[in-house]
Design a protein around this ligand. Structure first.
Ligand code: TRP
Length: 338
């Protein structure tokens, strides 16, 4: 059977300066996915800056993080010739579609959505009122996300586990509109869970996260990388003790980022004893420098030539609007019987 052209879309929210946990967990798998799509397929990648506004009211910070994430994806190999690349805030059609979708979204869906529930749980744990600090943007987060997806007749949405439910909500909203009007108004999207994505522990063994202060920066200088790697927590077993690699934090971090041969070498060194933590840290540092040096250089280039990036994003936005407009018109024709 001939391969039908599919549309594959992913959004990234600018939430913080990227670390290698973001890199192995999101950036790298997303770009691998993008660069491996079929010739006839359309790939869309965008910066979800309006989703970030829900949390970030510091305008210069939001601007900086948006810039960083756009440059990071380009530096890590996103090809804007192959992937449509734009900022969500440049596509007004999305917000019109959001308003339409609102009328078809049961409020109960929002009560159950993960992003909102997590915020409520946090409040409850702190003995605060359930909805303290929660704005409507966060509450209705999945509706804008549904518009992001449905506006281009998206087939596949590659996402991490935490976003699967949001894609299912988009599919449900589209399905109920189709059922109501008894026609295929909107394409039903599917989530695709990345198999290569890894969760990386931070330098203290908790999940790597800026809020735990345990990150290894993605575009840090060699000195910053060294400082972070040398700071990875170790225990005080003797160098010659035979160790279970699974108990060793350094091994888990290496497994997330190092090539197989290096991981195996570390594994053997720990199992047999004789390989010290200092040696492993040096190996890990070298792996990071090898993997990241070139990307860091490109990143620095884009950050200091941001007008070029803005130009790419603007071109992407123009094309994205051309795709979204007929979809939006199709929906309006149906709901207003025009
Ligand atoms: N919610 C996603 C995240 O936090 C970002 C996002 C926004 C997204 N719109 C999307 C992802 C549409 C996929 C499709 O990671």
């Amino acid at each position: 059977m001939e391969h039908q052209s599919q549309t594959i879309l992913t959004g990234v929210k600018p939430t913080g300066t990227l670390h290698i946990g973001n890199y192995v967990g999101a950036v790298k798998p997303a770009i691998e996915f993008a660069n491996n799509v079929n010739e006839n397929d359309n790939h869309i990648m965008f910066v979800a800056d309006y989703h970030a506004v829900n949390a970030i009211k510091n305008a210069p910070l939001l601007n900086q993080l948006t810039k960083e994430i756009a440059c990071a994806y380009l530096a890590c190999g996103l090809n804007p010739e192959k992937s449509l690349f734009y900022k969500q805030s440049d596509i007004p059609e999305l917000f019109e579609l959001t308003t339409i979708l609102m009328a078809y979204t049961p409020k109960g869906f929002m009560n159950k959505a993960h992003a909102y529930k997590a915020a409520v749980d946090k409040n409850t744990a702190r003995n605060e009122p359930a909805d303290a600090g929660i704005n409507m943007g966060l509450y209705t987060y999945p509706v804008l996300m549904a518009a992001d997806i449905l506006a281009y007749d998206t087939d596949i949405v590659p996402v991490g586990k935490d976003q699967v439910q949001h894609v299912e909500i988009a599919a449900d909203i589209a399905g109920s509109i189709n059922a109501l009007y008894e026609q295929n108004v909107l394409k039903i999207p599917k989530a695709s869970l990345s198999e290569t994505a890894q969760i990386l522990p931070g330098t203290d063994g908790q999940k790597m996260s800026k809020s735990y202060n345990n990150v290894i920066p993605l575009f840090g200088t060699d000195a910053e990388l060294k400082k972070a790697v040398m700071g990875i927590k170790t225990d005080c077993q003797d160098i010659n003790d035979k160790k279970n690699p699974d108990d060793i934090l350094l091994y888990h971090i290496a497994k997330g980022i190092a090539p197989d041969c290096v991981v195996q070498e570390i594994e053997a060194g720990l199992k047999n004893g004789g390989m010290g933590y200092g040696t492993i840290k040096k190996m890990l540092l070298q792996v990071l420098i090898d993997e990241l040096a070139e990307k860091r250089e490109k990143y620095m280039y884009y950050m200091s030539h941001f007008d070029e990036v803005e130009h790419m994003l603007a071109r992407g936005a123009t094309k994205a609007r051309q795709l979204a407009t007929p979809v939006l018109n199709r929906v309006k024709d149906v709901i207003f019987n025009r």
